[in-house]
Design a protein around this ligand. Structure first.
Ligand code: GAL
Length: 684
């Protein structure tokens, strides 16, 4: 039975029966059900409870819990427990531990201290996953499986001896010969040439951390490959046993991991862990920034690029906290707001973290729905109200987030920018700027991963931004050409196509592979120093403040310079070039898309406020739209007020308020944190 079945949007909760007296389980499960929670996730950190000593398996504890769950009608997501190996295991087999780059092993006492490549850990993983799958796959209460917990969270770099050996194997497979490896890594520079495979290692400490960047790029690819293969090892076993309809998933999006590939190879869909109040938690005190939680809409757009309909395995329901972190409890309405934020972006299942706040250990301040006493509280009452709202949104289940604007990304560039500040500074500015501009102009947008994209996949978008595709391949260039050739509008930012797939700078005239498509030639470029601040360029009467980087562009062929820099030593050089290609057009902008610049592009290209004829909203309110297959003719408008202040909205036509069933039109006020969902039918 699949949780994400397009029929209803349901609630779950993370539960830790091992934290509470058995006598309280039944009461807990019944109270959950009474609040509309239909599914619990269990066992992701419970290896020691199952394999008490090496090779001795005992399922009594979870047998009792699962039969209780079955008897009260609670569904269960059962987890593989591999995120936390038992103490007996790491003590006996220290080779399973991840280490620092210096080779110092991470010891018992936290979590995620193992490595993906140790043959022993893989063997012990296989055994426990096989045992649990064989034992519980047929259990009527079980509806799905979570693999591990948050792969690559907390640490996403691996340096154990097993990793070093596996890295060599990965590279041998990729390059075949040392000659090819030397070429790809540019090892002629600083005498780094390898003459024997044994010399090739994971990046170890060097006098500064300015290690060969091509090697680092392959190291990140290798880590992703290791995590994907580890997930597949588990998924292959679960697939052999699970009931038809039961799902396999894992939770979270973390660094150095191609989550698209992992999902394609091993999961039915991805689940995300959404903690919007994380933005408050820096140091001992919290910062009050009432709109930072909107940033999670950006993360949810990433999740959506993997699975259009997904689940939230951990949705924040209490204060974030640790021994080093203190933050506020969600204010009245915020749990609803964050839940609806997830649903607006495509979640059809939302599970809260966690039922009751644990009294001990590292996370005793990381609050759940209930506080330590377990007594009923305001947050539990809010969960009950959310359930009632979601029941009314059953027809939203299975519909998709709808966007006509896309922002392209790809893992090569994401990983390259970790080792390359000439890209990272630009990416950070543009990803944030585009997000803000789209938010403030109520322009829904998707992320599309170019490395997981087919030729026709972009055709549904009117405007596509590819901010800083520093690394570009011919295959990806073909996808871009196809999109523009068929009538699309593609916007590039500075430093496009500067590098090849290994991260080596190309000697072609810039912008390398896209110079024909963009109709651009870039003889010179520069970073913009802080004392220069920003450099002005004017586009058809509108001032663009270019910051951080300036490509100085001339137009090629029939292309046209639309804006030139009007200050500094390159005054008069092109800042924006427009080209026609096939039925479409390109814009090459020589700088980054700060929020102001991105907004100018959205407005000039006619992409801003696509629902402006239906609803008028202040910038504080996010608009998201879900519709059948992303169809334009009808759907559901989600209005999310992220500010604590009331906000005026104006409905320009009569629409059904899905929470109340009433028809509404005209002016309304959304209270602080209030959400509404309207059914929308387009006028043809
Ligand atoms: C997640 C994790 C949970 C819990 C939670 C709160 O990253 O999956 O186990 O640690 O954060 O910190």
């Amino acid at each position: 039975m699949n949780l994400i079945d397009g029929k209803r949007i349901t609630l779950g909760v993370c539960y830790y029966p091992e934290h509470w007296p058995e006598s309280e389980w039944e009461g807990d499960l019944k109270r959950m059900l009474a609040s509309g929670i239909e599914t619990v996730r269990v066992a992701e950190f419970a290896w020691s409870l199952i394999e008490t000593e090496e090779g001795v398996f005992n399922y009594d504890f979870f047998d009792r819990f699962l039969s209780l769950a079955e008897s009260v009608g609670m569904k269960v997501i059962f987890c593989t427990p591999t995120a936390t190996p038992p103490a007996w295991l790491t003590e006996k087999y220290p080779e399973v531990l991840n280490t620092t780059a210096e080779g110092v092993p991470f010891r018992h006492g936290f979590r995620r201290h193992y490595n993906y490549n140790s043959p022993k850990y893989r063997e012990l993983t296989e055994r426990i996953v096989e045992k649990s799958a064989a034992h519980y796959a047929g259990h009527p209460a079980v509806v799905g499986w979570q693999i591990d917990n948050e792969l690559n969270c907390e640490i996403a770099e691996f340096y154990s001896e097993s990793d070093a050996a596996a890295f060599r194997t990965f590279l041998k497979k990729k390059y075949g010969t040392l000659e090819e490896l030397n070429k790809a890594w540019g090892t002629i520079f600083w005498n780094q040439t390898y003459t024997d495979w044994q010399e090739v290692d994971v990046p170890r400490p060097t006098p500064t951390n300015r290690v060969n960047p091509h090697r680092k790029l392959d190291f990140y690819r290798f880590i992703s490959d290791s995590a994907c293969s580890y997930a597949k090892l588990q998924s292959d076993i679960l697939c052999k046993y699970k009931k038809p309809g039961d799902f396999i998933t894992t939770n979270g999006l973390f660094g150095n991991l191609d989550s698209h590939r992992m999902t394609e190879e091993s999961l039915d869909f991805i689940m995300y862990d959404s903690y919007p109040n994380f933005s408050y938690c820096h140091g001992l005190y919290f910062r009050e920034d009432p709109t930072k939680d909107r940033n999670w809409s950006k993360h949810l757009s990433e999740v959506r690029s993997i699975s259009k309909n997904f689940g939230i395995m951990e949705q924040q329901s209490g204060a974030n906290g640790s021994m080093e972190m203190m933050a506020p409890v969600p204010k009245p309405g915020q749990i609803t707001l964050w839940t609806m934020q997830s649903v607006a972006h495509g979640a059809d299942f939302v599970s809260y973290f966690r039922w009751r706040t644990v009294t001990k250990g590292t996370e005793m301040y990381w609050h759940g729905i209930l506080d330590y006493s377990g007594r009923d509280n305001r947050r539990l009452a809010e969960v009950g109200q959310i359930h009632e709202k979601l029941e009314k949104l059953a027809c939203v289940a299975g519909t998709e987030y709808r966007a006509r604007v896309a922002v392209l990304r790809d893992y090569d560039n994401i990983w390259n920018d970790q080792a390359d500040v000439w890209q990272r500074n630009l990416d950070e500015a543009s990803i944030w700027g585009l997000f803000q501009a789209c938010q403030h102009t109520h322009t829904p947008y998707d992320y599309v991963y170019l490395d997981h994209c087919g030729e026709g996949d972009l055709s549904r978008y009117d405007v596509v931004f590819y901010p800083h595709g520093v690394i570009l391949t011919e295959e990806r260039e073909e996808i871009l050409k196809h999109y523009v050739g068929q009538g699309g509008t593609l916007v590039f930012g500075c430093r496009t196509a500067v590098k090849d797939i290994h991260g080596i700078c190309v000697t072609d005239r810039l912008p390398g592979l896209v110079r024909d498509l963009a109709g651009a030639d870039i003889p010179e470029y520069t970073a913009v120093s802080p004392e220069d601040g920003s450099v002005k360029a004017v586009w058809d009467g509108t001032e663009l403040r270019t910051t951080l980087f300036n490509d100085q562009i001339t137009a090629r062929g029939d292309a046209e310079v639309l804006a030139s820099y009007s200050e500094g030593y390159y005054k008069g050089a092109g800042a924006l070039v427009h080209n026609r290609y096939g039925h479409g057009e390109t814009y090459y902008y020589g700088s980054v898309f700060t929020a102001d610049v991105a907004q100018i592009f959205l407005e000039k290209l006619g992409a801003a406020e696509p629902f402006g004829e239906v609803v008028e909203l202040p910038a504080e309110v996010e608009l998201a739209v879900r519709s059948e297959g992303g169809d334009a003719r009808g759907g559901f408008l989600f209005l999310l007020n992220f500010s604590r202040e009331p906000q005026a909205i104006f409905l320009k036509r009569e629409m059904e308020n899905m929470y109340t069933g009433g028809m509404e039109a005209g002016e309304y006020t959304l209270a602080g944190y209030e959400t509404r969902v309207y059914k929308y039918i387009a006028i043809e």
